[in-house]
Design a protein around this ligand. Structure first.
Ligand code: MSP
Length: 522
C-alpha cells in the first residue's frame, strides 16, 4: 500500500496572536498538501500550537489570567485564521493535549532509563526570550548579548541534561550522507557548520519554582521539561508514536504509514532546534537514518527590510487583509511574492499589484471574455474541434509544474498555471474570434478557438487549485463543470489537466467577475 504523505509545520507560539509570517508557513504547507492530494496521494497534514513555556507564562501573567485560559483564547485565533484562509489540516497539535503529555513523558522516561539524561548544576547567563543559557559564543563583538536574546539574567540552577554531544559524529555523518536532509542546500551547509561547532549537552528541564507551565518530568516532580523537548515531540506524538516501543518496526501501522515527514520550518528554527536537537532526539530514540524527516526551510517576510515584531509595531494582521481582499488574494500574494528559500518584503501595494496583474487581468479576463464569446456565438455550447484543429500548445509545461512543485518553488508553479490563461489571452488576440464569427467558412476554426479557450481555463483551474481553492471552484462553477463535486476538493485531479476533458456539446455558464479589480483609493 502506498504510504501517506506526511507534512508538518512549526507549531506556533501562543504568547501572541498570529501574524502574516505564521500565515505564510501554514499556507505554504497547505499548498503542498493540496498539490499532493491533487496528484492522488493520501496526505496527513499536521499543524498546531506551542502552548507551554516561559513566554506564555509571562504573557498570561501580564494579561492577568491563568496560562490555561490565556492559551485557549490565543489558540482560538489560530484556529479561526486557518479556517478563514482555507488551511485544511488533518490533525491539530496542541501541546496541552493529555495524549501529547503522555508521549513526552514516555520519551523522557525512556531516555532517562537508557542513561541519555543526567542531572547537573549550571551557573551562567540566561536569555528569558530564547529560554536558554548563553555562552560566550553568543556575545557580540562588543562583548554584550545582542537584542535577539531579549532580557538576559545571571542564574544558578540544578537541571537535567540530554547527552546531545555524544551524537555529534553521527549527525555529521548523517548530513554528509544525505544530500537533501535540508532544503535548500545553503541551509544544509549552514547546519553542517553549526554541528561542527557543537559542544556541550542540552538542558531539558526548568525548576518548577521558575516555570510551572509545562510538562512535569516523570522522574522528578520538581521540574518541568524545557520547551523544545516538549514542542518538537508534537511531530510524532500526534502521529501515533508509542514511546514504549524502541524500534520503528514495533510502532503501530498508523505511525509507520506516515513517518517520516516533510517538515516545514522557518530559517530561525533550523539551528539549533530542528537541525540539531530534533534530529539527535530521534536518533537517540532509535530512529534509523532512513527514517529521519526532511527539513524544508523557508525565509521570512519582513517589513521594509526589518523584522516584523510587536515591539517595532509593524506586525501585519492577516485577519484584516483577508477581510479586505479575500482569502484567495492573500494566499496568492503569500505564495507569489516570495521564493521559498528567500526573504521578501511584505507590502499591501504589492499584494494589490500582483492581484490586479495576474488574477484580475490575466485569469479573470480570460474567464469572462471566453464565456461571453461562447454564449454570444454559440449559445454557450461547445463543439469538439475537428481533428485538423490542433490545440494551441502542448501541455508539456505540466511536467515542469510537477518538477517545480516537488522542489517547493510554488511561485514558479503559479506562473505555469496562470501562464495557460495568459497564453490563451494571446491566442484569442491572434485568432480574433469576433472576425471568425463573421465568416461562415471559419465555423470550424471558431469552434476550435472557443473550445481550446474553455479547456485552457479548466486546466488553469486544476493547476491553480492548490493555491486558490475558492477561485478554482469559481472557474469550474462558471464552466458548469463537475457540478456534482461543487465545493469538494476531489473536483480537481491533476491527471485531468490535459486537452479534451470537456465533452462535445457541453454548455458553459454565465460569466461572473471572479477577481474584480482592486482600485486603490487614497
Ligand atoms: N513554537 C516555535 C516552534 C516550535 S516547532 C516544534 C516557534 N514559534 S513561532 O510562532 O515563533 O514561529 C512559528 C513559525 O513561524 C516558525 O517556523 C517561524 O520561522 C515562522 N515565522 C515567524 N515569523 C515569520 C515571518 N516573519 N516570516 C515567515 N515565517 C515566520 O518558533
Amino acid at each position: 500500500m502506498p504510504k501517506t504523505f506526511f507534512i508538518t509545520t512549526a507549531i506556533d507560539y501562543t504568547n501572541s496572536p498570529p501574524h502574516i509570517g505564521h500565515a505564510y508557513e501554514k499556507v505554504l504547507a497547505d499548498v503542498i498538501a493540496r498539490y499532493r492530494r491533487l496528484k492522488g496521494e493520501k496526505v496527513f497534514f499536521l499543524t498546531g500550537v506551542d502552548q507551554h513555556g516561559q513566554k506564555v507564562q509571562q504573557s498570561a501573567a501580564k494579561a492577568g489570567v491563568p496560562p490555561a485560559e490565556f492559551v485557549k483564547s490565543i489558540t482560538q485565533k489560530f484556529v479561526d485564521l486557518w479556517k478563514k484562509l482555507d488551511v485544511k489540516y488533518d490533525a491539530w497539535a496542541a501541546t496541552i493535549d493529555p495524549l501529547h503529555k503522555t508521549c513526552v513523558q514516555g520519551i523522557l522516561q525512556r531516555l532517562f532509563d537508557e542513561g541519555q539524561i543526567y542531572k547537573d548544576k549550571q551557573a551562567g547567563y540566561y536569555s528569558i526570550r530564547q529560554e536558554q543559557f548563553l555562552t560566550d559564543k553568543e556575545r557580540g563583538p562588543d562583548g554584550e548579548f545582542g537584542p535577539e536574546w531579549g532580557e538576559v539574567e545571571f542564574r544558578e540552577e540544578e537541571n537535567y541534561y540530554f547527552k546531545l554531544n555524544q551524537h555529534k559524529e553521527w549527525l555529521l555523518s548523517y548530513i554528509d550522507n544525505r544530500k537533501d536532509a535540508v532544503v535548500p542546500d545553503f541551509r544544509q551547509a549552514e547546519l553542517r557548520n553549526a554541528v561542527e561547532k557543537l559542544s556541550g549537552d542540552l538542558c531539558i528541564s526548568r525548576p518548577k519554582s521558575r516555570l510551572d507551565w509545562g510538562i512535569e518530568l516523570p522522574f522528578d516532580k520538581d521540574f518541568v521539561t524545557y520547551v523544545w523537548f516538549d514542542a518538537l515531540t508534537n511531530y510524532i506524538s500526534f502521529a501515533g508514536y508509542d514511546p514504549r516501543q524502541s524500534t520503528i518496526n514495533s510502532q503501530s501501522s498508523t505511525f509507520r504509514d506516515k513517518w517520516p515527514a516533510l517538515q516545514i520550518i522557518g530559517k530561525d528554527i533550523l539551528v539549533p532546534a530542528h537541525g540539531i536537537y530534533w534530529l539527535i532526539m530521534l536518533h537517540a530514540l532509535g530512529f534509523p537514518d532512513e527514517q529521519m524527516p526532511q527539513l524544508l526551510v523557508h525565509g521570512w517576510w519582513n517589513i521594509s527590510g526589518a523584522k516584523m515584531s510587536k515591539s517595532a509595531g509593524n506586525v501585519v494582521d492577516p485577519f484584516a487583509l483577508a477581510d479586505k481582499y479575500g482569502a484567495d488574494a492573500l494566499r496568492y500574494y503569500l505564495m507569489i511574492g516570495i521564493a521559498t528559500s528567500q526573504d521578501a518584503d511584505f507590502s499591501e501595494e504589492h499584494l494589490i499589484q500582483f492581484y490586479n496583474r495576474d488574477l484580475a487581468n490575466d485569469l479573470g479576463n480570460m474567464l469572462s471574455r471566453t464565456l461571453t464569446m461562447i454564449r454570444k456565438y454559440r449559445n454557450g455550447r461547445l463543439s469538439w474541434p475537428s481533428l485538423d484543429q490542433r490545440p494551441p500548445y502542448e501541455c508539456k509545461g505540466w511536467e515542469n509544474y510537477t518538477n517545480t512543485m516537488n522542489q517547493f518553488a510554488v511561485h514558479q508553479c503559479i506562473y505555469i498555471a496562470i501562464g495557460a490563461a495568459s497564453f490563451c489571452n494571446q491566442y484569442i488576440e491572434d485568432q480574433k474570434p469576433w472576425a471568425l464569427a463573421k465568416d461562415p467558412k471559419q465555423t470550424e476554426q471558431l469552434d476550435a478557438v472557443l473550445y481550446y479557450s474553455a479547456e485552457a481555463l479548466r486546466m488553469s483551474a486544476i493547476l491553480i487549485s492548490p493555491i486558490l481553492p475558492k477561485a478554482a471552484h469559481g472557474i469550474f462553477d462558471q464552466l458548469k463543470w463537475k457540478m456534482e463535486l461543487a465545493g469538494k476538493e476531489e473536483r480537481f485531479r491533476f491527471e485531468e489537466a490535459k486537452w479534451g476533458g470537456l465533452p462535445n456539446g457541453h454548455v458553459v455558464g454565465k460569466p461572473v467577475p471572479l477577481f474584480p479589480r482592486i482600485e486603490i483609493s487614497d
